[in-house]
Design a binder for this molecule. Structure first.
Ligand code: 5GP
Length: 209
């Protein structure tokens, strides 16, 4: 991927780590395109179709899998979640950095297809805090909260395969940290391959004067 194209930034993290709020802050403060996923889970009270997710039913989701409409998809706590393919490619080709906020299985599927994707894992400062946030948001039953904490425990071993880990103690700081990572990645030579070529051309002009 050359530097005219945007970077693909995959943000994962334990349920309750506050990824959604951090991603919202990133989109509001900086220039990112956020991919909106499709899911078969029910909308929470504050969620709107097409804004937080595309809420679709199981049959519709399975039809989209068959028609290869997803960049990746996964099952998480008894529901399907998937990233629509077209949006991601279009934005990246326009030079936009695209954020995918997805769970770990999806992140690794993205990495297989797109080895240059940047994988960032967001965690709460402690697991007690995580539990407090999950219960505090009051959108899930205690059974679902328990399932999500169990799932978070299973995700710990996968963090080592991410590129970065960021602690979400303060939303603004966490978004700033992620933005700093992305800015640095843009300066990584592998993502700026056309620059030496441009410099070479300039040298040639100067040397021939
Ligand atoms: P929630 O139900 O809390 O909104 O999301 C549950 C989990 O699914 C979160 O870890 C979230 O990042 C993940 N998720 C959301 N959209 C997608 C997607 O398109 N693909 C995958 N693999 N995971 C997703």
């Amino acid at each position: 991927m050359n530097s005219h194209k945007g970077l693909l930034i995959v943000i994962s993290g334990f349920s309750g780590a506050g990824k959604g709020t951090v991603v919202k802050e990133l989109v509001e403060q900086y220039d990112y395109a956020l991919s909106i996923s499709a899911t078969t889970r029910q909308p929470r009270m504050n969620e709107r179709n097409g804004e937080h997710y595309f809420f679709i039913d199981k049959e519709d989701f399975e039809e989209k899998i068959k028609k290869e409409k997803f960049f990746e998809w996964a099952e998480y706590c008894n529901h399907y979640y998937g990233t629509p393919k077209d949006f991601v490619y279009e934005r990246i080709n326009e030079g936009k950095d695209v954020i995918l906020e997805i769970e770990v299985q999806g992140a690794f599927k993205i990495l297989e297809q797109c080895p240059e994707a940047i994988l960032i894992f967001v965690t709460a400062p402690s697991i007690n805090e995580l539990k407090k946030r999950l219960i505090g948001r009051g959108t899930e039953t205690s059974e679902v909260v328990q399932k999500r904490i169990q799932r978070a425990y299973e995700e710990v071993d996968m963090i080592k395969d991410y590129d970065y880990i960021v602690i979400n103690e303060d939303v603004k700081q966490c978004a700033k940290d992620i933005h700093t990572i992305v800015v640095s990645e843009h300066m990584h030579v592998k993502n700026a391959m056309e620059l030496p070529e441009r410099l070479k051309e300039q040298f040639m002009t100067v040397l021939s004067e």
